[in-house]
Write a protein that binds this ligand. Structure first.
Ligand SMILES: Nc1ncnc2c1ncn2[C@@H]1O[C@H](COP(=O)(O)OP(=O)(O)OP(=O)(O)O)[C@@H](O)[C@H]1O
Length: 337
């Protein structure tokens, strides 16, 4: 068996923005050829900055990175020839037609004549845009625009495709269609894909490997199943009727530690999450302990661990809380992004 070099390799990337914002804080990434890596993290974790560096649009303060064996700092031109980039915001010209957009992109990559015609026709067909090819892009649905964006990123047959939040803003139906499309690109065409997402479900569904990003670095990496498998047993979540005070938390922590079959406990103001060898069996004892501590329960669930639980374990905070916090910041900033 020959050992091929990784399709993407980044080592110890550091990037600070003005105002002392540390966007990347020792980012390490390896993507093997023909695989899909999902960079999963909440808003502001550093995913887009990583993609910008790997696609030669930004320079790190320190660290190194190579794509398809080409160093991004020494040979950015070579990197650009072998990558396709689908950014968060569409690069398509809205007043041009889908076909015109693809033809222009093809010409920019040096395609002409029959080769150009054939490539454009194949991509239109591949992304179910043949019927809409002659219409202006501004009349396309969100899903059609996104499919065109991906087609534009593939015109020159790149080795590595970067997809920055490929389904943000799509309705559930268009999202599922896009997932199928990306799955096919990876499976049938052997393309290497690095995608960023803040949807746990998307990473779970699409990526062969998932790297969880928190505060500018990878906190854990593995297959979705191996990450979930690491969390033995069941995830038990209890929503409390009222927030716990500090004294209540300490008391409860002590009570839970004494229960058999409970492995890990996370408490925050109004939620208790534990991992139990057998969630259903542990539930009565858990509810009893809460009752004895005088804590009212609003709801309790038992589930197989999800990537959300993995995030909680490795990042030490809840994914949904980080997202809510980021949304709050955005609201305060007037939704400036
Ligand atoms: N041009 C910039 N100037 C200053 N700060 C920036 C700039 N770009 C990003 N940042 C900051 O760097 C950090 C990482 O941002 P980045 O966009 O890489 O995160 P992300 O994980 O991609 O988030 P999102 O999902 O919102 O795109 C954030 O704190 C962000 O506010």
């Amino acid at each position: 068996m020959t050992t091929r070099a990784p399709a993407v390799e980044a080592r110890q990337l550091i990037k600070t923005y003005p105002g002392d914002v540390t966007a990347l804080n020792g980012m390490d990434i390896t993507v093997e050829p023909g695989t899909v890596l999902g960079l999963l993290g909440p808003n502001g974790a550093g995913k887009s900055t990583t993609v910008k560096i790997l696609t030669t649009l930004a320079r790190p303060d320190s660290g190194s990175a190579a794509v398809a064996g080409h160093d991004v700092l020494r040979h950015p031109d070579r990197v650009r020839r072998v990558i396709g980039v689908v950014a968060q915001n569409s690069g398509a010209d809205p007043v041009a037609t889908g076909r015109e957009n693809l033809r222009l992109q093809g010409r920019l990559h040096g395609l002409t004549g029959r080769a150009l015609n054939e490539r454009v026709a194949a991509l239109l067909e591949r992304f179910s845009l043949t019927d809409a090819a002659g219409r202006q892009v501004k009349g396309y649905s969100g899903g059609m625009r996104r499919r065109l964006d991906v087609a534009l990123g593939l015109v020159h047959r790149p080795e590595v495709l970067f997809l920055d939040e490929p389904t943000t803003g799509l309705d559930p139906e268009a999202r599922t269609a896009m997932w199928d499309e990306i799955g096919r690109l990876a499976g049938e065409e052997g393309l290497t894909i690095l995608l960023t997402t803040h949807h746990l479900e998307e990473a779970d569904r699409l990526a062969g490997r998932v790297a969880i990003v928190d505060r500018g670095r990878i906190v854990v990496e593995g297959t979705p199943d191996s990450l979930k498998g690491e969390l033995r047993g069941d995830a038990v979540h209890v929503e409390l009727r009222e927030p716990l005070g500090e004294a209540g938390s300490t008391l409860l922590r002590g009570a839970l530690a004494a229960l058999p079959g409970i492995n890990e406990t996370h408490l925050d103001a109004s939620r208790v999450s534990v991992r139990a060898d057998d969630g259903a069996a542990a539930m009565p004892a858990l509810l009893g302990a809460l009752e004895r501590a005088g804590v009212g329960v609003a709801a309790a669930t038992v589930a197989r661990p999800s990537l959300d639980d993995v995030y909680l374990r490795y990042a030490g905070r809840r994914y949904s809380d980080v997202e809510a916090e980021a949304a709050g910041h955005l609201a305060l900033a007037g939704g400036a992004r």
